[in-house]
Design a protein around this ligand. Structure first.
Ligand SMILES: Cc1cc2nc3c(=O)[nH]c(=O)nc-3n(C[C@H](O)[C@H](O)[C@H](O)COP(=O)(O)OP(=O)(O)OC[C@H]3O[C@@H](n4cnc5c(N)ncnc54)[C@H](O)[C@@H]3O)c2cc1C
Length: 449
């Protein structure tokens, strides 16, 4: 019997295993896929360079992941190019200089922005600490973030700067986010002031070789602790141990279990005794997002010569955010974009050619006609991945976070939960996965003591 069985060899599972093995415990990691990494994965291109199909950006506050990156001897690389960010609003392009060159705000605008941020910080604290207030103000918390910004920041300069940085850091424009989402982003990551001071917010650095290479290196160190092609289908548990049944019928016994599956996949496994109803209902409302991450490969990164950073965001079109992700080892230029939400839902049913064309159109709108002739297109539809069930991370439906969010991470006897969606900080992100894996390992060690 193992001291601990871990379901899933994504970052959370690998980190948990690493900590438990370091403490001298016997561990097995059961991974359904034929590879480790889960939502981080590299695709090697014909020229030998790679693109990262899943999570790739790391930013301020990613201390736990950075520790692993350093320990394993990986380097990080910054945003590839300086140059202007393109923001497209109502059919018009606005070029925003990268943050070092952002136009200075007037003292009045700075103070306005400061007041607004202070108010946001107070609200996010209240959201975290006062459950009764959260419930009573649910409808108000679900107003669109732009409405809150325009009624709480008085100057247009401050409102604009807030919108630009929020979109660059988190993806959606304030009009496409709710106040609640904004507050969760602010509380779950580094404070917004740091974001405002950073070039690109969370999207600051990536790992040379890709985050998937970090996962591979962790798995290599763990050796035969990690078992691939080992899908867990059933969990029987009592007060002292658990028996995990694999798809082929094999049974693995362990004194403790860490499940690192996203909530919906986790509760879909057969559990005996059954999981509490509230957990099943909450998991059902933690809908996985739907994202197709796509890359256009160009003969060279033409946008750089034109003074663009390759970063763009738009309020229309199927691809609304782009980044330059050209690998240092690549002979060519890579632009990354996302099909998200409803666009991903409808375009996932159409042809690859159509999606490629939609992406090309977005690049042409942002960076001009040179974008019309890519030499390659790569994509990964995460919604179609059976062992992920949607991405980036899960979206908490209104009321679910306020009612049950933090509870989701609570242990059920010998069953522990880890993974990006269970993290109290950096929820949904790489850093959240790492932290939650480490914290689950600590709880397991305590339970075994
Ligand atoms: C397109 C995309 C872009 C992203 N970009 C970023 C980014 O730039 N920065 C950032 O911080 N985050 C990003 N994220 C989020 C980040 O990748 C995830 O939060 C993180 O990788 C999740 O790790 P995890 O270990 O919690 O879960 P997972 O990686 O999902 O790991 C769960 C593992 O469980 C396995 N599994 C599933 N079912 C079973 C079963 N029945 N039996 C056994 N094993 C099973 C899966 O195969 C998987 O390996 C992105 C995600 C996506 C998809």
């Amino acid at each position: 019997m193992f001291d601990c069985a871990i379901i899933g060899a994504g970052l959370a599972g690998l980190v948990a295993a690493r900590h438990l093995v370091d403490r001298g415990l016997s561990v097995v990691v059961l991974e359904a896929r034929g590879r480790v990494g889960g939502r981080v994965e590299n695709k090697i291109l014909n020229d030998g360079s790679y693109v990262e199909l899943g999570g790739q950006w790391i930013g301020p506050g990613y201390d736990s992941l950075q520790e692993i990156i350093d320990e394993l001897g990986f380097e990080t690389i910054g945003l590839p190019a300086s140059g202007n960010l393109v923001v497209r609003l109502r059919g018009k392009s606005l070029e925003v200089p990268s943050s070092e060159e952002l136009p200075a705000l007037t003292p009045f605008e700075v103070s306005d922005l400061g007041q607004g941020l202070l108010r946001l910080r107070r609200l996010s604290q209240r959201l975290r600490d006062d459950a009764a207030w959260r419930k009573a103000n649910e409808a108000w918390l679900n107003q669109d973030l732009r409405r809150w910004v325009t009624s709480n920041l008085r100057t247009q300069g401050a409102q604009r700067r807030f919108g630009e940085v929020y979109a660059a850091a988190f993806g959606p424009m304030p009009k496409d986010a709710t106040l609640l989402e904004g507050l969760l982003q602010v509380t779950s990551g580094i404070d917004l002031e740091t974001m405002l001071a950073s070039n690109g917010g969370l999207h600051q650095k990536r790992v040379e070789g890709g985050v998937a290479a970090v996962a591979d290196a962790m798995a290599e160190r763990l050796g035969d602790v990690v078992r691939l092609e080992s899908e867990v289908t059933r969990v029987d548990h009592d007060d002292t141990s658990a028996r995990l049944t694999l798809a082929g019928g094999e049974v693995v016994e362990a004194r403790q279990v860490i499940s690192t599956l996203p909530p919906r996949l986790a509760v879909a496994l057969e559990h005996n005794p059954p999981l509490p109803q509230w957990r099943i209902e909450a998991a059902d409302k933690v809908a996985p997002g739907n994202v197709i991450k796509a890359f256009l490969v160009y003969k060279e990164p033409f946008w750089r010569d034109k003074g663009f950073s390759g970063q763009s965001s738009a309020d229309e079109g199927a691809v609304r955010v782009t980044f330059d992700t050209t690998a240092d080892t690549s002979e060519h230029g890579h632009l990354m974009g996302f099909f998200e939400g409803a666009d991903a839902d409808s375009l996932a049913r159409r042809s690859v050619t159509l999606r490629e064309r939609a992406f090309v159109d977005a690049v042409v709108r942002a960076f001009g006609e040179d974008g019309a002739k890519p030499i390659g297109y790569v994509e990964r539809d995460w919604g179609a991945e059976r062992f992920t069930g949607g991405c980036h991370g899960a979206h908490f439906a209104p009321g679910v976070w306020t009612a049950n969010g933090p509870l989701l991470a609570q242990d059920e006897g010998v069953l522990h939960w880890a993974g990006a969606e269970y993290a109290s900080r950096f929820n949904g992100y790489l850093e959240g996965a790492v932290r939650s894996g480490r914290e689950a390992a600590t709880r397991v060690t305590r339970s075994l003591a």
